[in-house]
Design a protein around this ligand. Structure first.
Ligand code: SF4
Ligand code: MSK
Length: 624
């Protein structure tokens, strides 16, 4: 059945499952779930129409004089009981989304910093600094002396410097040193250079209280400061420390899709975002005693797979197979083949527990910030990581021994190349003696490549899973635009087979020539959603190399999150816009069209020297 133009999901009664997802494996499992009478988010989304007032942020429930709905045809015809206008109401709602997304990434970054501190102080023994080159690079970029110094001494100084990213109450966060001069000048002129994340998030939230900041332009300044401390602060700390502790990714071949499950093995899935649970899980599944225990119950071995962004961290660093993105997390349980499903933080749907129960698969929560009623909680303690992961492996082995359901594993899997850190892109383009983005800039200047697009972000059951990602990326590479990817989008393209050098066949003649010369895919997977900071750094490097302009806003670069769902995605979008990038979202946008706040975000920010937002649901429309 052809997909309808608006890419709207039909109701459950009329639904053809092929309209819900482009992922063959997920579709197969949704069909099975229907037969098994198991409900998933796809069914719930089809049953529950999105509230049109909430979707446009035209309501406020910030106090008990309301809730107030400003849903008349003219959004300025009414105000809330307190007199709040549509611009106040929607900017406050948007601010809370940015604050929450920034808090999520910053918490991730702070946890990584605490881990590094523990390793340096000798209090955490199970981890070590793996990438001293990256440690030196990050330290030098922040003005820390590295020559003839011991690794832990450098790391200690780095930890003190990075502490400022979260707590500094005055001044500018350390990573602004990486921001191109002209971009930083614009931020200073607009007074949006951020202080520490804790300070900016608290400031933003207090301004959204009833009776506080009721000037949408003033509030947008604080929204920008907060978003920028996400991209150039909390998220960047998370990425840089993950590389220092676990190694900077470089290209690795990996398999993606549910066909990576193995019927004759104990299958363990790790889903979430923070890399230390999965790094410990990698050790646990390779422990000879646990492998022996699995064999004793008749399994051929232990098969570890990742999902969502945890999966991308594992795929990028270890080539460990990936079972699918966010909207496949319930569906994969329907195979009956998952013996344990371990999660940490973010994008963990509560519905997993119910689906898991139907197929005898336990969901193990491991982080005190993210527990789910009905899941088994085994707290992960970085001082003793294997206690948690060994326990999950042992319970998975028990479940394998007692498997009593029919197993159905979809036969699909794609092989691709992943792990393109910005350091590797530098090396890949310029070689080890002249590593540089210069060849990329040169190819843009000579017209072989017409620009760079970051296609990133989530999948959402309100649109056909993966479809917009795939069609948009195909269209972009056909038009000689190099595509950088992170998050669930990268998994969508990997399943579609576009993360391979052979995919250059689908690219326009200029991009194809560059890909064939370098031997790279036209679609470069950079990792998890927190690793969008790698795209920021790539932009900063392109400015530094020269020839394309003096600020990020001058570059022929755009971003898209065509199937976004989370508040983290809004924070990411806003930090790209505030950094100077034209950023287009799909699905919906939580602002009433043509209001003053809408005009500020979609038009006026660009005139201030920043980027701007766009909304487009149909991939082919990007051509216009
Ligand atoms: Fe209504 Fe104003 Fe209260 Fe919001 S803050 S619920 S607009 S009265
Ligand atoms: S997991 S935030 S659905 S990319 Fe990072 Fe995927 Fe979006 Fe979650």
């Amino acid at each position: 059945m052809a997909h309808n133009n608006e890419n709207k999901i039909p109701s459950r009664k009329k639904a053809n499952i092929e309209d819900w997802t482009s992922c063959k494996s997920t579709a197969q499992m949704l069909r099975k779930a229907r037969v098994d009478q198991v409900e998933t988010a796809f069914e719930r989304a089809a049953d529950m129409k999105a509230c049109p007032i909430g979707a446009k942020s035209a309501c406020c429930k910030h106090c008990a004089m309301g809730p107030c709905r400003l849903n008349s045809k003219d959004p300025y015809a009414k105000t809330g009981v307190c007199g709040a206008t549509i611009d106040t109401i929607q900017s406050r709602n948007f601010a809370r989304m940015v604050a929450t997304g920034t808090a999520a990434h910053s918490s991730h970054g702070r946890n990584m910093l605490n881990l590094l501190k523990g390793v340096v102080d000798g209090k955490i023994k199970g981890y070590a600094i793996k990438d001293t080159t990256k440690l030196n690079e990050v330290a030098q970029s922040l003005g820390i002396e590295t020559e003839d110094r011991e690794v832990h001494a450098i790391a200690r100084d780095l930890c003190s410097e990075l502490e400022k990213v979260f707590h500094m109450t005055e001044g500018e966060i350390p990573f602004v040193r990486k921001v191109p001069k002209k971009t930083l000048e614009v931020w200073r002129k607009l007074d949006i250079v951020p202080r520490g994340a804790m300070v900016e998030v608290v400031e933003l939230l207090q301004r959204t209280h009833a009776g506080m900041d009721q000037d949408y332009q003033n509030l947008t300044k604080q929204i920008n400061r907060t978003a920028l401390v996400d991209g150039w602060g909390g998220s960047m700390v998370a990425t840089e420390i993950s590389d220092i502790l676990f190694g900077t990714p470089s290209p690795v071949q990996g398999e993606v899709d549910m066909g990576c499950l193995k019927e004759d093995q104990v299958n363990i899935i790790v889903h979430g975002h923070e890399p230390y649970l999965l790094e410990s899980m990698v050790e646990a599944v390779n422990d000879p005693n646990l492998i022996e225990a699995a064999k004793e119950v008749g399994a051929a071995g232990i098969n570890l797979l990742g999902m969502c962004c945890s999966g991308l961290e594992m795929l990028s660093r270890h080539g460990i197979p990936h079972a699918g993105n966010f909207m496949s997390t319930e569906a994969v349980l329907v195979t009956g083949a998952v013996d344990a499903f371990g999660v940490d933080v973010q994008c963990i749907q509560q519905g997993l527990v119910k689906v898991g129960k139907c197929y005898g698969t336990k969901i193990f929560t491991t982080n005190p910030s993210c527990r789910i009623e009905g899941a088994e909680h085994i707290e992960f303690d970085e001082h003793n990581p294997r206690t948690c992961t060994d326990s999950i492996v042992k319970q998975a082995i028990d479940r394998f021994k007692n498997r009593n359901l029919e197993i159905e594993i979809p036969p699909n899997k794609s092989v691709g190349v992943h792990g393109f850190s910005h350091e590797y892109i530098n090396y890949m383009l310029g070689g080890s003696f002249r590593a540089s983005y210069a060849p990329l800039n040169d190819n843009i200047i000579n017209g072989r490549i017409r620009g760079v697009a970051g296609v990133v972000g989530c999948v959402n059951p309100r649109v056909k899973q993966d479809w917009v990602h795939i069609e948009l990326v195909k269209e972009l590479i056909k038009n000689d635009i190099l595509v950088l990817q992170t998050g669930c989008s990268q998994v969508a393209l990997a399943k579609a087979g576009l993360c391979t050098p052979e995919a250059a066949y689908y690219a326009g003649p200029g991009l194809r020539e560059v890909c064939e010369t370098v031997g790279m895919p036209p679609v470069l997977g950079l990792g998890a959603c927190v690793d969008n900071t790698r795209i920021l750094i790539a932009c900063a490097e392109m400015v530094k190399v020269g020839g394309l302009g003096d600020s990020i806003a001058d570059l022929p670069v755009a971003g898209a999150a065509p199937e976004w769902y989370s508040e983290k995605a809004i924070a990411i979008g806003q930090y790209f816009v505030a950094s100077g990038v034209y950023t287009v979202f799909g699905v919906t946008f939580p602002i009433v069209d043509e209001t003053k706040f809408h005009t500020l975000l979609f038009k006026e920010m660009e005139k201030q020297g920043l980027g701007k937002w766009g909304l487009q649901r149909i991939p082919m429309k990007w051509r216009d």
